[in-house]
Design a protein around this ligand. Sequence first.
Ligand SMILES: NC(=O)c1ccc[n+]([C@@H]2O[C@H](COP(=O)([O-])OP(=O)(O)OC[C@H]3O[C@@H](n4cnc5c(N)ncnc54)[C@H](OP(=O)(O)O)[C@@H]3O)[C@@H](O)[C@H]2O)c1
Length: 252
Amino acid sequence: MLDASGRPESAVVLGGTSDLAGAVVRALARRRLRAVVLAGRDEERLALASRAASDAGVAHVTTVHFDARDVAGAAGVVDECFAAAGAVDLVLLAVGVLSHQRDELDPARTAEVVAATYSWPAVALTRAAARMREQGGGRIVVLSSLAALRVRRTNFVYGSAKSGLDAFSIGLAEALRGTGVVVHVVRLGRVATKMTEGLPLVPMSTTPGSVADAVVAGLASGATVVWVPPIARWALAVAHLIPQPVWRRLPF
Ligand SMILES: NC(=O)c1ccc[n+]([C@@H]2O[C@H](COP(=O)([O-])OP(=O)(O)OC[C@H]3O[C@@H](n4cnc5c(N)ncnc54)[C@H](OP(=O)(O)O)[C@@H]3O)[C@@H](O)[C@H]2O)c1
């Protein structure tokens, strides 16, 4: 059960091998988290993430296997996670694949990025919301991106998929208002993780620790949208005013 500060005892992590999810799990373990289900595609990385969660103090760690390219299977994966967890205080959605300019003309890669970053998450969130409504409440945290808010030339496939997921999550938050299920959309700047390996830091970059702290603060405040770093909220308001011919020349 969540405490008065929105701190969960049990969580399901969709994208359980994500570096950012790992930071969030460790931060929650320092508070109250005692049980977590980590869902992911790679057995070795799942074993490492399980060990890290146990080392951080999570008493019960279980794993569920899925591949986000199987969009039709998403609801079943969520059911499997809920069956393994029992009551679920928090669902953290951390699945996603970054696209690069080099593969923007590859239809198979576009299909993978869109499936893992938008379609699978949208179906999984729909099922998670229904399961949380059945149990009478809970929190859903979605890791969104500043790249969703003004799509950039360099990663527009990913940016557009994140854009869809961000809009979907805001809509879901509205649809669930008054049901006891609360959705938090966490809009992040770039973070050095395995997803961004080899990429330079850009304006509004942040750290896994800051993301984890922002998630904990968002759970406590109940905010629908959480910005990391907080100033990104204003920077993005300005970014929307920049004409496209200027935007496309910016070096990020
Ligand atoms: N890092 C950033 O700069 C940044 C900025 C804004 C938002 N985000 C978002 O934060 C979330 C976590 O990203 P991260 O930085 O922690 O990167 P990450 O470590 O690469 O996490 C991405 C997660 O998605 C999983 N995944 C990818 N394709 C999958 C598939 N086909 N089936 C199942 N799982 C799949 C990865 O599994 P594997 O471990 O097996 O690859 C991993 O668990 C993502 O949603 C990302 O879009 C990240």
